[in-house]
Design a protein around this ligand. Structure first.
Ligand SMILES: Cc1ncc(COP(=O)(O)O)c(C=O)c1O
Length: 378
């Protein structure tokens, strides 16, 4: 069987579905010459705030900046400890180290890949000031117990929502909130392959508290509230008007995009659950899953072989993440214990993400599934 080239993410096909609107918005923006802080930035801010149920949305240049600005705006001081999972993208812990804070890297839950309140509780010391849960691969960490713990210890919570925009978390009393709006600050990346991605770099922070919202805005804009009056050391981090215009269009499709990803995931589940050497993604009971990644665990130690086998058939797959952060040169200074973080070790050696995106054709997915099945049948 011949098959179009398979991509982990098919951004071109997605673009073709909305190209007229996008092209018009980009041309309008160029013709207006309002490249920085143009009207589309304000509109997108408002629309994203409404979508998320967040009072304040502060767009910025990328998801890494969002995390950095969040920690700066909360007034954390050098030496303060910030609890962060070691099974995440480097950006989450990098900004903590960059600001002279101490990343306290903890293990994650073997099933959901996220931190839990039990894991976090053991890492709290008198110096702990904040927790950064990452809603990895598209589903929420179990936020209600994490928020209770944070309240009891007077800690800030900065949610790394780069991979889970649009996911819903349900509290015990039935209240539903979007991920990123539960803690003090939510941080998002609009990197092109993200569930809500722009055509370059972009990011945003969101908050419900007015003081925090104002502090985020101020830090993102050179520490100034009023032009040329700089109250604190800040940064220059903005979302370009063109990117805001693109995101505003794509935001209207976000729920539909999440639905398409969920359908692909359900079909993978159905087809691959029968393979005993594989663990399909486990769902967190009180979160929806927006499947930024569809990540399998390969339990027979043959993950790397499977990856190579699929590649030979033209099926891409990715390992998110191959090396625990606490073992990386940049981060090992922050991990002194000799115990290690065994769940992360196990995950780094066994996870494999399959192609998933909003334009996956049935026959393409069947081809991928057949490829995976044939590896285990050989
Ligand atoms: C979990 C996580 N946090 C932060 C980031 C950083 O986002 P950006 O690449 O927009 O700086 C990413 C992006 O890959 C991410 O996956």
């Amino acid at each position: 069987m011949t098959m179009d080239k398979i991509h982990m993410v098919d951004l071109f096909s997605q673009y073709t579905q909305i190209s007229e609107e996008i092209d018009r918005a980009v041309i309008d923006c160029i013709r207006s010459t309002k490249f920085i802080n143009g009207p589309a930035v304000k509109e997108f801010k408002q629309n994203l705030g409404t979508y998320l149920g967040a009072r304040h949305v502060i767009p910025c240049a990328n998801g890494t900046d969002a995390l950095q600005i969040a920690l700066m705006a909360l007034g954390l001081k050098a030496g303060d400890e910030v609890i962060v999972p070691t099974f995440t993208y480097a950006a989450t812990a990098e900004v903590i180290g960059l600001l002279g804070l101490k990343p306290v890297m903890v293990d994650v839950d073997l099933n959901t890949f996220n931190i839990t309140s039990d894991i976090v509780e053991k890492a709290i010391t008198p110096k702990t000031r904040a927790i950064v849960p990452v809603h990895l691969f598209g589903q929420s960490a179990d936020m209600e117990p994490i928020m209770k713990l944070a309240k009891a210890h007077n800690l800030y919570v900065v949610e790394d929502n780069a991979q889970a925009i649009g996911a819903d978390y349900t509290f015990e009393d039935g209240t539903v909130k979007k991920t990123g709006t539960i803690g003090d600050v939510g941080c998002t990346s609009f990197f092109p392959s993200k569930n809500l991605g722009c055509y370059g770099d972009g990011g945003a922070m969101y908050a419900n508290d007015d003081k925090i919202g104002a502090a985020l805005q101020m830090v993102a804009n050179h520490g100034q509230k009023k032009k040329y009056h700089h109250s604190v050391i800040g940064v220059n981090s903005r979302l370009d008007t063109i990117q805001a215009a693109i995101l505003d269009i794509k935001l209207r499709h976000l729920d539909e995009y999440s639905g398409a990803r969920q359908q692909v995931a359900a079909h993978y589940d159905e087809a691959l659950s029968e393979i005993s050497a594989l663990q399909v993604p486990v769902r967190q009971a009180n979160s929806t899953h927006v499947f930024h990644q569809y990540t399998l665990k390969v339990k027979n130690g043959k993950r790397d072989e499977l990856k190579k086998y699929l590649a030979k058939k033209g099926i891409p797959s990715m390992i998110y993440y191959p090396i625990p952060l606490y073992k990386q040169n940049a981060f090992k200074q922050f991990y002194k214990s000799t115990n290690g973080l065994p769940v992360t070790e196990q995950l780094c050696a066994s996870v494999l993400s399959l192609p998933i995106h909003t334009e996956m054709k049935k026959e393409m997915q069947e081809f991928i599934i057949d490829g995976v099945k044939s590896f285990f049948n050989e």
